[in-house]
Every structure is written in C-alpha cells, then in structure tokens.
Design a protein around this ligand. Structure first.
Ligand code: SF4
Length: 141
C-alpha cells in the first residue's frame, strides 16, 4: 500500500560506504534459500554453514556479527561485503523496509546514517510498494 508521505517517490542510490554492514549490533536475517546459496558458495554443508556463520535474532536465523557489530561477511580491508552477489534480501531491500518507511521521521533518522538516501536514483511509489511486498520477514524489518 502506498503511504501518503512517500506518494511522490523517494531518492536512493547505495554509495557502497559499508556503514550499514557495521555499527550497532542488530540482525541480518537470512532465508533458507539464501543460506543454501551461501553454503554452496563456500562448499559447505548447510549444517556446517549454520554453525560457522549463523546465530538467531528474535527467533529467526541471522548472520553472525563480529565484535564491533560488523557482519561476518564484511571485509574491513576492502570496506565492502565479501559476498555481495549473494547478499541477503534484507540487505538488497534496504532502505525500503517497513520500519524505515513507517514515517518521514524514521526515513530521515536512517538517512542520517546512510549517505545514499535522499540522493541518487528516484524510486517511484509503485516500485517502493513492490519492494515492500518482497519483505520475507514481516514484523522484523
Ligand atoms: S549505508 Fe547506505 S550508502 Fe552506505 S553501503 Fe549502506 S546502503 Fe549503501
């Protein structure tokens, strides 16, 4: 459903700064299909992949984080995601999450941390609504 506050669309282009891959500890939810793809990439059985790279957040599988809140797949030396082509849908959908789109205030709060928001490519309200409908974690993002 299109919300009145973003009915004229929003601007966003990821600048690849890596800020959202680190910082405050949180959750990086992962679906079973994403888990299978990443396990295949590392030539690991799903169980071994889960043991090494996953934990649980709010009852759902999530990628582990390193000490300072960095995603386990964040490469500090390259300042980017080391599995970018296989990154979870949660990462692909940012910042078009229900919690961020809830209000202009929430959007601006996220934008204060993400330099890609409020600039770059224009996203139509229809596109944003379609991205929202792809959220595999209702109530969590
Ligand atoms: S904080 Fe924003 S601009 Fe930086 S990597 Fe994340 S989405 Fe891209």
């Amino acid at each position: 459903m299109i919300s009145p506050w973003w009915r004229e669309g929003l601007f966003f282009t990821c600048l690849g700064c890596g800020r959202c891959c680190r910082g405050e500890p949180g959750a990086i939810f992962i679906t079973s299909a994403e888990e299978a793809a990443l396990a295949g990439f590392f030539s690991l059985e799903a169980e071994e992949f889960r043991r090494r790279f996953e934990t649980a957040r709010w009852g759902s599988p999530s990628l582990r984080e390193k000490e300072r809140g960095e995603c386990v797949f964040f490469s500090s030396s390259e300042n980017r995601c080391s599995v970018y082509p296989l990154r979870p849908l949660q990462c692909r959908l940012f910042p078009f999450w229900p919690s961020v789109l809830e209000s202009r205030e929430e959007w601006e709060r996220a934008a204060s941390e993400c330099p890609g928001m409020n600039g770059g490519e224009w996203h139509s309200p229809e596109e944003i609504a379609a991205l929202l409908s792809r959220n595999p974690f209702p109530g969590l993002l």
